[in-house]
Design a protein around this ligand. Structure first.
Ligand SMILES: [Cu+2]
Length: 154
């Protein structure tokens, strides 16, 4: 009996730490992306400019649209089909924070806006040097289909 209890608590603990590892900090304030059915695990994003495959076969890239510096910068995400046409019928959200100072300068999860070139863009402020975690979420028909994170050193 004791063994069974130990095993099941180990399973619960494992499950719990797995979930915590998936979560980007300060990223789910409204809770809407964390419902059981729509849980999408965080992937590690490749570096800026590298193409990432989405589950639906389309691809996206992320980058900052200028030389990244301290202060305000613009994050840009473009989603393309095989013909390299920019697709706009997605929703993209991003959150930036410093893992070593969680919450101290979190941008919060912000929806990126579609510009004239059909890129999703949004302003983000690097207020100090160090490692920043960039979390990007992509939704289709209000359902999260991709979540990725990347550590960016400023
Ligand atoms: Cu800081």
């Amino acid at each position: 009996m004791k063994k069974i209890i130990t095993v099941s608590s180990a399973v619960i603990l494992l499950g719990f730490s797995f979930l915590s590892a998936q979560e980007c900090p300060h990223h789910s304030k409204n809770g809407s992306v964390k419902t059981e059915n729509s849980e999408v695990a965080y992937s590690n994003l490749p570096k800026a400019g590298k193409s990432v495959k989405l589950p639906d076969g389309n691809e996206f890239t992320w980058e900052f649209n200028n030389k990244v510096k301290l202060g305000p910068n613009v994050l840009s995400v473009s989603i393309n089909d095989q013909k390299n046409l920019n697709l706009k019928n997605y929703t993209v959200k991003a959150n930036l924070d410093m893992p070593s100072m969680k919450g101290a300068h979190s941008s919060g999860s912000k929806k990126l806006n579609l510009n004239k070139k059909n890129n999703f863009v949004g302003p983000y402020d690097f207020v100090m040097r160090g490692d920043w975690e960039i979390c990007i979420e992509i939704f289709y028909n209000d359902k999260p289909i991709y979540k990725g994170k990347y550590i960016y050193n400023i």
